[in-house]
Design a protein around this ligand. Structure first.
Ligand SMILES: [Zn+2]
Length: 114
């Protein structure tokens, strides 16, 4: 039986671990101690999980939606330090996206990277 979020003293993102319970690479059960909150904004939580068996990483966005939670995630090669470093970088601007598009379209991606 589902429990309303507002009656739980536990952090919302930890509730999502009940659904993100096993590694998609090796199927080992995740240890809750291997999950950590990498970022939080409003009702969105970025959670990073390391598999103790195969060493792969999984990152999930856990969102509070009404009285429930929703999550989406993927396997990644970013460790928790990489995630924190990226979170501190400035946002990509629209001009940067358009510049990248032009470089790719013109076959000049090397100029964009360098
Ligand atoms: Zn694994």
């Amino acid at each position: 039986m589902p429990t309303p979020l507002n009656s739980q003293p536990q952090e919302t993102w930890r509730l999502a671990l009940k659904f993100i319970s096993q590694c998609p690479v090796c199927n080992a059960k995740y240890e809750e101690s291997q999950a950590q909150l990498s970022g939080k904004k409003d009702h969105a939580n970025l959670v990073h999980i390391a598999c103790v068996k195969c060493g792969s990483y999984f990152v999930a966005m856990v969102m509070e939606v009404g009285s429930g939670i929703s999550s989406v995630g993927t396997v990644t090669d970013l460790n928790s330090d990489d995630i924190k470093r990226i979170m501190d970088l400035p946002e990509v601007t629209l001009d940067e996206v358009l510049d990248a598009h032009e470089f790719i379209k013109n076959g000049d991606i090397d100029k964009f990277i360098n």
